[in-house]
Design a protein. Structure first.
Length: 95
């Protein structure tokens, strides 16, 4: 049994995002300590998150961290698609 399981947290599963993750991701984005660091202020609307989750954009990979079947975090790996700068990327985390 892992230390997390002993604390009742369960194992962390990292998986690709899916449309059903909209509600928990919206809840995380609405936390004031998370929202203040987001690019879009005052924050994202629920429909924007649904649209964002509907399909990946070029140069992006999106993952969710899940504990006991609930999404508790989001990771976005983004890279430039122009040939001269496609070696540059960003990693964004939301927990």
């Amino acid at each position: 049994m892992s230390p997390r399981e002993k604390q009742g947290q369960g194992e962390i599963l990292i998986r690709p995002v899916r449309p059903a993750d909209a509600a928990p991701i919206y809840a995380i984005a609405a936390i004031p300590k998370v929202a203040r660091f987001m690019d879009k202020l005052p924050g994202l609307e629920y429909v924007e998150i649904e649209a964002w989750l509907s399909g990946p954009e070029d140069g992006q990979i999106r993952f969710v961290a899940e504990i006991n079947g609930s999404a508790v975090g989001l990771a976005l790996l983004k890279w430039r698609t122009r040939p001269r700068i496609n070696h540059i990327g960003d990693l964004s985390l939301m927990v």
